[in-house]
Design a binder for this molecule. Structure first.
Ligand SMILES: [Zn+2]
Length: 175
């Protein structure tokens, strides 16, 4: 059972999540493993690009965070965000990302860092999980969550090799 609380404006939302300085793009969060706090569909402060459809997608995204928090609390950001983006269908075409087209692929360590300023995970997270599902199987994602992302133990390859195979996957499928 997951509780969802909605807020009418950014001020009360940010107060409720204890982050008065939250970045503007942050409109919802898995506040605990069993509670989502997010901006209301009807908030006059959300711009016109925040459609009802998009907010539903965000609610699914936060719900997936709750599910993974129930499975294992200690997982790194690339996997935590990646699975939420994938399950909510938040696909971004790598062709539309200039740094990817330029061959500047982020490492997992980069995706884990500086959550307030480094938002690349939100752009590449879907294709990162898609790569795991298509190369191994969906069960591998579940195992990674349960193992706290131990790639060598779960997938039998090094992190370097995992990253290189992911870059190749993006090149072959999207570029
Ligand atoms: Zn998220």
């Amino acid at each position: 059972m997951i509780t969802v609380r909605f807020y009418q404006d950014f001020s009360s939302f940010r107060t409720a999540i204890g982050m008065p300085q939250a970045p503007a793009w942050m409109i919802g969060t898995a506040y605990t493993k069993s509670e989502i706090r997010m901006m209301s569909f009807n908030s006059p402060e959300l711009g016109s690009n925040y459609t009802f459809e998009y907010l539903l997608t965000c609610a699914v995204h936060e719900f997936v965070h709750c599910v993974t928090l129930h499975m294992n609390h200690a997982i790194p950001r690339w996997l935590f965000e990646g699975i939420a983006l994938y399950e909510a269908g938040m696909f971004v075409d790598p062709q539309n990302l200039p740094y990817i087209r330029a061959g500047d692929f982020p490492t997992l360590a980069e995706l884990n860092s500086n959550w307030q300023t480094n938002t690349r995970i939100y752009e590449v997270g879907y294709v990162l999980i898609e790569f795991i599902v298509e190369t191994w199987e969906k069960e591998a994602v579940r195992s990674l969550i349960l193992n706290g992302e131990n790639i060598p133990d779960t997938l039998g390859i090094t992190v370097d090799s995992f990253e290189q195979q992911w870059y190749n996957f993006i090149q072959n499928k999207y570029l």
